[in-house]
Design a protein around this ligand. Structure first.
Ligand code: HEM
Length: 406
């Protein structure tokens, strides 16, 4: 029996990918997609296996065409020892004492500044006025870049994400992405050279001076990593914060539980990452023939892993289409480490290096927003609509609240 599932590039798919995912998992767990020339994989067990890659069957060579044209060569493309060394060079800045002592104050300050812009107004669009700005402001501030350039960073990362999600190959989107690479290099390289001469206490200086086994990053490496950070750390956390509020506003009793007990923010974040992950698709390349549910992926193929589907696999989660921060089959303790049982940060070697930073941003940001908006509610009759296929999240989220006096 041949089963048709909506094409991932169709408007029908974008309006409700979750329905299509269900059909793929049940009827076509390995699906050839002609337009992207890739095999689509939708079941949890298969996506997990591809990410963990215990047998060394997959590479990330797909990033050579997927992101190198906009960022230059980044950690995502590296493998083996080269990847391990690069990871060791950058990872310490995103956890432990660097995160706690240097960057938590940066996160708190940037969140507060944005909230100060609307805390007395009684209404705000949480996407346009907070979520799309907060993470990119944090990254730029961590890097020690000039605040007045924030609008440019925002424009650049939007172009980069459009390039990454350009599954239909729109020429204008491709050209805008490539222009961004040139503009960003012209902006960053002089700053990097200056920071090497006069290092400070910021993330950029740390990246310029980091050394592991006698290896340091070149100016080009540092620039490419900063470009990746703006996109990987901006767009994703942006969609996560908007997603948490959209999900909690749709479940007022869970919103009240989180408001009363702020330690539940981590649970709400973990469940949001499962239920509405910011990144829905991640690609890999097969190094050998690989057997997955539904057939064989020939060596040298591109594989599109559907995180958004895997995270709603009924074989893995009970009532997968229900948002429940108290669910017992998702650990909030492990949700931000490579032992996570949702797949929103991927797993294995390339597990998101910024997961703990993202958790800190979400815990601080959501906490401050709840304090500023004690009776937060969606604007009259507004129902958030998710947009996007590769990355996905609410496009706007207008809310009302009674300002806190004082
Ligand atoms: C909710 C927020 C976030 C989500 C959902 C997310 C998602 C992901 C995913 C799915 C990957 C794996 C890509 C792959 O395996 O091909 C990844 C890797 C990565 N992420 Fe994140 N990310 C988030 C936040 C951040 C932040 C805040 C930063 C940094 C500031 C960051 C930096 C990175 C980097 C550098 C990698 C590449 C790691 C490597 O190749 O070893 N991410 N992220």
């Amino acid at each position: 029996m041949s089963v048709t599932v909506p094409d991932i590039l169709s408007p029908e798919f974008e309006s409700d990918p979750y329905r299509a995912y269900r059909s793929m998992r049940q009827n076509a767990p390995l699906l050839w997609h002609e337009a992207t020339r890739s095999y689509i994989v939708s079941r949890y067990e298969d996506v997990e296996r591809v990410f963990k890659d215990k047998a060394g069957e997959f590479t990330t060579e797909n990033y050579d065409w997927q992101i190198e044209p906009v960022h230059g060569r980044t950690i995502l493309q590296l493998s083996g020892r080269e990847h391990a060394v690069r990871r060791a060079l950058v990872a310490p800045a995103f956890r432990g004492s660097d995160l706690r002592d240097k960057f938590l104050p940066v996160i708190e300050r940037n969140s507060r500044e944005l909230i100060d812009g609307f805390r007395h107004s009684g209404s705000v669009d949480l996407v346009a006025d907070y979520a799309t700005r907060f993470p990119v402001n944090v990254i730029a501030d961590m890097l020690g870049l000039d605040k007045s350039d924030y609008e440019r960073f925002h424009g650049w990362y939007t172009a980069v994400i459009a390039f990454l999600g350009n599954l239909s190959g729109d020429q204008e989107v491709a050209r805008a992405g490539e222009r961004t690479r040139v503009e960003f290099a012209a902006y960053m390289l002089p700053i990097i050279r200056k920071r090497r001469e006069e290092p400070g206490d910021d993330l950029l200086s740390t990246l310029c001076t980091a050394e592991v086994d006698g290896v340091r990053m070149s100016d080009e490496d540092v620039k490419a990593f900063c470009s990746l950070l703006l996109a990987a750390g901006g767009e994703t956390t942006d969609k996560a914060i908007a997603g948490i509020f959209a999900n909690l506003l749709a479940h007022p009793e869970q919103l009240e539980a989180v408001r009363a007990d702020r330690s539940l923010i981590a649970r709400a974040f973990a469940e949001t990452l499962r239920y509405t992950p910011p990144v829905h698709m991640i690609m890999r390349q097969s190094a050998t023939d690989v057997e997955l549910s539904g057939g064989t992926v020939p060596a040298g193929s591109t594989v599109t892993c559907l995180i958004g589907s895997a995270n709603r696999d009924e074989e893995r989660y009970r009532d997968p289409d229900t948002f429940d921060i108290f669910r017992e089959d998702l650990s909030a303790t492990n949700a931000f480490s490579a032992a996570a049982d949702h797949l929103a940060f991927a797993l294995g070697r390339h597990f998101c290096v910024g997961a703990l930073l993202a958790r800190s941003e979400v815990e601080i940001g959501v906490g401050q927003l709840l304090d500023a908006m004690p009776d937060l509610r969606a604007a009259d009759g507004f129902v958030p609509v998710e947009h996007g296929v590769f990355t996905r999240g609410p496009q706007s989220l207008p809310v009302r609240f009674t300002p806190v006096s004082g």
